[in-house]
Write a protein that binds this ligand. Structure first.
Ligand code: KG4
Ligand code: ZN
Length: 339
């Protein structure tokens, strides 16, 4: 197939993003307008505010993605857009914009699964990476161990039973007064702390070795904080953050390595916002090295929400001939592998 150039749009949470991607691997532009500052005062994403900001920003962000790539819409082969999972109002902005643009220009439309996008982010900087491989998806809403059987073909090997890893980071960050966005703040402050200062429980799910559970760990941190407060003890925020982070990272690494061994995968890819966590990146790298496994991890900018990853996933749909029609709608709880 000739060069395929995809314009991608992502608006599932609090980033308004657009990108241009060629042949599924080359990112010609990657524009991200982060709304983080707007939501910080509320301690988390306010869906209504996110949707309104997406509406304000989407046109500018798409224009910039095209101009950064020095292209016009005439040179675009398809418009890929995240249609789920995510916040319904936020998703609707990207989906409606993409549908209107497709209708007005005749450029084909492709709905993309957000988590599939996160996994596909690994193809951008690793041109040699091809399925099958195993991915650990760790984002604000998801914690999945996934068998990537082929492009667009996924089998979930394990998942969280309660909180997602990113959600645990965000909740603990709030409890120790670091505020929003929690993950990057815990990551940063942990560098000053002792990860062995407090032993928090590493939750195992008895009937499945590959499932995760983080709500018990979160409660253990909250109990620790309450007890310290009752005893009028001062809390070492860096130690709490580092010890919590270690408990999360240890479980993620253990389950991933165990699953890779059992299913015979030699290649592991990290995906999602939590994949930008410095401790997870280094612990997973060390564990993989020890066992002769190859680890792929996107640069942090391709781990957190972006549209380049949607352009990559959109490309693999495009070459299979998959297109969406104008009935494409936002699906807030879209499952991986579902279309
Ligand atoms: O993938 P993502 O950008 O959005 C979703 O699809 O959810 O992930 C956002 C999540 C948030 O929970 C955020 O706190 C977490 O990723 N995160 C991190 C780091 N950077 C972002 N968690 C731990 N360490 C980080 N450096
Ligand atoms: Zn995401």
């Amino acid at each position: 197939m000739e060069n395929v150039t995809i314009l991608a749009i992502e608006s599932s949470c609090d980033e308004t993003a657009a990108a241009v991607v060629r042949n599924g691997r080359d990112v010609l532009s990657n524009v991200i307008y982060s709304q983080i500052d707007l939501h910080t005062v509320y301690g988390g994403v306010v869906p209504e505010i996110a949707s309104r900001k997406h509406i304000e920003k989407v046109t500018q962000v798409v224009d910039k993605a095209l101009s950064d790539a020095s292209l016009t819409l005439k040179e675009i082969d398809a418009i890929a857009v995240t249609y789920g999972p995510g916040l319904v109002g936020a998703l609707l902005v990207g989906v409606s914009f993409a549908k209107s643009l497709s209708f007005a220009t005749g450029i084909p439309l492709i709905g993309v699964h957000h988590i599939e996008g996160h996994i596909c982010a690994n193809y951008i900087e690793n041109k040699e990476l091809k399925p099958p491989f195993m991915a650990l998806v760790v984002s604000g809403g998801h914690t999945h161990l996934v068998k990537v059987a082929d492009y667009g073909e996924y089998e979930i090997l394990g998942r969280t039973r309660d909180d997602a890893a990113g959600e645990a980071f965000d909740k603990v960050a709030r409890a120790i007064g670091l505020g929003y966005p929690g993950g990057p703040k815990v990551d940063k402050v942990s560098k000053e702390g002792n990860p062995d200062a407090i032993v928090f429980p590493k939750a195992k799910v008895n009937d499945s070795v590959y499932d995760f559970s983080f709500s018990g760990l979160k409660s253990a941190v909250l109990n620790y904080l309450n007890q310290a407060q009752m005893k009028d003890e001062t809390i070492n925020v860096a130690d709490v953050a580092a010890s919590f982070q270690k408990a999360v990272v240890d479980v993620l690494v253990e389950h991933t390595i165990q699953a890779a061994g059992e299913y015979g995968f030699k290649e592991i890819a990290l995906a999602g916002g939590v994949a930008s966590n410095s401790s997870l990146r280094s612990a997973m790298e060390e564990a993989c090295k020890k066992r002769g496994l190859t680890l792929y991890r996107p640069s942090p900018i391709f781990c957190t929400d972006n549209a380049a990853m949607i352009g990559v996933a959109g490309y693999y749909e495009y070459i299979k001939g998959n297109r969406s029609d104008f009935h494409l709608n936002a699906v807030p709880s879209l499952k991986l592998g579902e279309r």
